[in-house]
Design a protein around this ligand. Structure first.
Ligand code: WTA
Length: 639
């Protein structure tokens, strides 16, 4: 079936797509012009124990807003219990391990049983509503069970990406004051078991964790400490537990993300507003129907894994596909093999993965029948035209729309994209604002700019229901990061432009946040990590464009003793980064330098370093530097 038609360089939904899609006319956008009414009507498709008494309330501060006040809701009830009557025997979760072997298929009834039992065990361990539970798990069913079990009893989960280091985990455990950590013995990467418990032990040491719950997955021999309990024992012993309904604005989870400062911040998401946006964006962006099988490749350690790898699809009663391992193991065709085998209909991934597979070559996807696919999605960074076209033609067989979704950890769900039944689908253009939300482009002074001009992407109130509600234990940071620069507006820190047709093109971050292979990383965080190395005096990090990963970090390092700068030290610094943040933050190049360009007040001029690594001929004005002479020297070193 052909789901799109082409008109010049623009693609539109075909008649078949329009017929099938939940939305194929302007009605939702029209309705969305009254956001409160729009979202209130949408929220009714979720199950509420008690209905809200007020739809939206804007406090004095722009960041103080609430949705569905007084409403009582539970995310695990919405993701599981309410489907039992009609969809109890429908597969909720299809999981495929990396190493050849049996996967797991859990029906809604089976998943419900596990979640409610595990929730019972957590309760018995003393976990109460509002307590924090850290989760440090790979892509295995237990991560979904753990998240939903927390949600079931009103505990707040804080998932830490399993490729982050033990020290990163510790920062998050300590900041969240977590009571429990849920982790695993290990996971598989390219066929090899990786010992996760070792890192978990580093993370747990010296914290106030009461217990560490360990999933036995790889059966690797691990240290078992006094506080440790096996996950399978708890699952077996747990008494099925009913969901605890919470006021809509109470937190569902915290997710740490990188900003412009050295420490990640704990973004707080509420329950009812978040779930409403997760549910509706999953339903409309991916036009998800009952028979669809949805694969979101994002790791659950990132927000995409939360919203589209757990809460969105499950609250819709959809079938979710989950894959444990590396995309190219045992060979470069693994993802396409899984799509064929499992008849995936909707596939959501990142530009960096698309570019990687492009490089592997067309022969890999061509070996497989990908005709089950109906919709393709992308997220995480701007997608270049070549990758977009390759995705459309080679993966989608020229038949499936490519839905480029723009959003952030902070927004909880997508905010800019085209809808499958409406279009248009244009390479390098994300689309329109999701119905019921309002973004605009402003200049430095906060005034809206004309169409066609690039500026800062901001959001106008009423703010979307899925938006963050705070930064954990840090209201000041919340205010300063998002609400200060443009009074009354949400500052996304992204650049963008609205085109003549009203669709939006994103141009990338305007702050010191990088997207490395789709992973969000702050230059300050990486600088801090490198600064901690005993031989380093100071480090400056800038992103360098990369044809697969989008961007990679490049490090300029001033050593305490310049004569010590050699290849071994570079390796040691990389090891140090692995230990403090994790391998995803590894600098791709390290330059040992005598000095870096600085302003007269001593601030590193990253703009100049950025230009240098990009190979820009014109580095802009350098006369305001304290040390302009350093620029010529750096040019020699870099080129
Ligand atoms: C970038 C990921 C262009 C953007 C869901 C944003 C994108 C940051 C897109 C958030 C897109 C995400 N086109 N850029 N479709 N999607 N971004 O918090 O810079 O990991 O601010 O959330 O990714 O990254 P985060």
């Amino acid at each position: 079936m052909n789901w799109i038609k082409q008109e010049g360089k623009i693609f539109w939904p075909s008649e078949d797509m329009k017929k099938k899609a939940w939305v194929s006319d302007e009605s939702y956008y029209e309705e969305g012009k009254d956001p409160e009414k729009f979202w209130a009507k949408r929220a009714e498709e979720l199950d509420w124990k008690e209905k809200w008494t007020k739809i939206y309330e804007q406090g004095k501060d722009p960041g103080e807003f609430k949705w569905f006040l007084g409403g009582k809701i539970n995310a695990s009830h919405n993701a599981l219990d309410r489907h039992l009557k009609d969809k109890g025997d429908k597969v909720a979760l299809m999981w495929v391990p990396e190493v050849p072997g049996e996967g797991v298929k859990l029906t809604y009834r089976q998943l419900h049983e596990k979640v409610s039992r595990f929730a019972g065990s957590l309760k018995k361990l003393g976990v109460q509503k509002g307590d924090r539970v850290s989760i440090y798990l790979p892509m295995i069913p237990e991560v979904i069970i753990s998240m939903l079990a927390c949600a079931r009893i009103g505990a707040i989960h804080s998932v830490c990406f399993s490729a982050f280091s033990g020290e990163s985990l510790k920062d998050r455990i300590v900041d969240a004051e977590a009571k429990i950590l849920i982790t695993a013995d290990g996971y598989y990467r390219k066929g090899k078991p990786i010992n996760l418990k070792e890192s978990a032990d580093i993370g747990a040491e010296g914290t106030n964790l009461q217990n560490v719950i360990v999933v036995q997955h790889t059966k690797t021999k691990v240290n078992f400490n006094k506080k440790d309990i096996w996950f399978h024992d708890l699952l077996e012993q747990g008494n099925p537990t009913e969901p605890e309904f919470v006021e809509s604005n109470e937190p569902l989870f915290i997710l740490y993300t990188s900003g412009t400062t050295g420490k990640p911040k704990g973004v707080i998401h509420d329950t009812g507003g978040y779930l409403t946006q997760a549910y509706w964006t999953t339903k409309l962006d991916f036009d998800l129907h009952d028979e669809d099988i949805f694969w979101c490749t994002a790791d659950v350690g990132w927000v995409t894994g939360h919203t589209y790898g757990c809460y969105g699809p499950l609250s819709l009663g959809a079938t979710l596909f989950m894959f444990e391992g590396a995309p190219n193991y045992p060979d470069e065709g693994r993802w396409w093999e899984e799509i064929e085998k499992n008849k995936i209909t909707v596939f959501y991934t990142a530009p960096t993965a698309i570019r990687m597979f492009m490089k592997f070559g067309d022969e890999w996807p061509k070996k497989h029948n990908l005709e089950s696919l109906r919709i393709l999605g992308t997220v995480g960074e701007p997608i270049n035209e070549e990758a977009w076209m390759w995705y459309l033609n080679v993966i989608g067989g020229g038949r499936c729309p490519v839905i480029d979704t723009w959003w952030q950890t902070e927004t909880g769900g997508t905010l800019i994209n085209s809808l499958p039944g409406i279009g248009p689908f244009i390479p390098t253009v994300a689309g329109r604002c999701f119905p019921g939300t309002h973004l605009m482009i402003v200049d430095e002074s906060g005034s809206e700019v004309e169409k066609g001009r690039t500026g800062y992407l901001v959001q106008k109130p009423p703010f979307a229901p899925g938006m963050l509600r705070g930064v954990w234990k840090n209201p000041k940071k919340y205010f300063e990061s998002y609400w200060k620069r443009f009074p009354g507006l949400y500052d996304s820190s992204d650049g963008a432009m609205i085109r003549e047709d009203g669709t939006i093109r994103l141009t990338g971050r305007v702050d010191d946040v990088m997207k490395v292979a789709g992973h969000r990383l702050s230059t300050a965080e990486l600088e801090n990590a490198i600064d901690e190395h005993p031989l380093v005096r100071e480090a400056a990090i800038v992103p360098k464009p990369h044809d697969i990963k989008g961007e990679v970090p490049v490090a300029f390092i001033i050593l305490k003793d310049p004569s010590k700068g050699n290849e071994d030290l570079k390796k040691d610094i990389v090891k140090h980064v692995d230990k403090t943040i994790g391998p995803t933050a590894r600098p791709s190049e390290i330059y040992f330098v005598d000095d870096v360009p600085k302003t007269r007040s001593g601030k590193i001029m990253r703009r100049i370093l950025r230009g240098l690594v990009k190979g820009d001929k014109n580095l802009g004005n350098i006369t305001t530097l304290m040390n302009p002479e350093v620029v010529e020297k750096l040019k020699e070193i870099v080129h």
